[in-house]
Design a protein around this ligand. Structure first.
Ligand code: HEC
Length: 99
């Protein structure tokens, strides 16, 4: 009995750690200000490419580069670099864009 409750406790704690630490892509996307330029699923600005199906048009690697340093994808890029975001935050945005 004791062993079982210990296992449950460990499972709960691990669950909290994992769900608590993964950055929420939707929040990062919103907080970083992507929506001030981009539209995604009908929300946001329309002066830049709509990102609704961007993960079907571009590779994950390309999108990661675009967020970190857009000038590497296109020297004339008008998009600001978001190199201050962590790799995990960028991954969360990409996962969000795929959803
Ligand atoms: C100041 C406006 C602006 C902001 C803010 C901005 N972008 Fe962009 N983005 C652009 C422009 C302009 C382009 C068009 C290509 C270029 O100029 O590089 C673009 C292109 C892209 C593309 C490629 C789209 C395509 O169809 O090829 C992706 C992906 C992208 N942005 C993601 C993001 C993400 C994620 C954020 C937030 C972290 C963001 N952008 C914030 C202006 C912006």
């Amino acid at each position: 009995m004791k062993k079982l409750s210990m296992c449950v406790l460990i499972a709960v704690v691990f669950g909290l750690i994992i769900s608590g630490c993964a950055p929420d892509g939707a929040k990062v996307f919103e907080k970083a200000g992507c929506l001030s330029c981009h539209r995604y699923k009908g929300v946001g600005g329309s002066i830049c490419p709509d990102l609704t199906d961007v993960t079907k048009r571009k590779s994950e690697q390309w999108i990661r580069q675009q967020i970190k340093d857009p000038s590497k994808n296109n020297p004339n890029s008008k998009m600001p670099s978001f190199g201050h975001l962590s790799d995990r935050e960028i991954q969360a945005i990409i996962d969000y864009l795929k959803s």
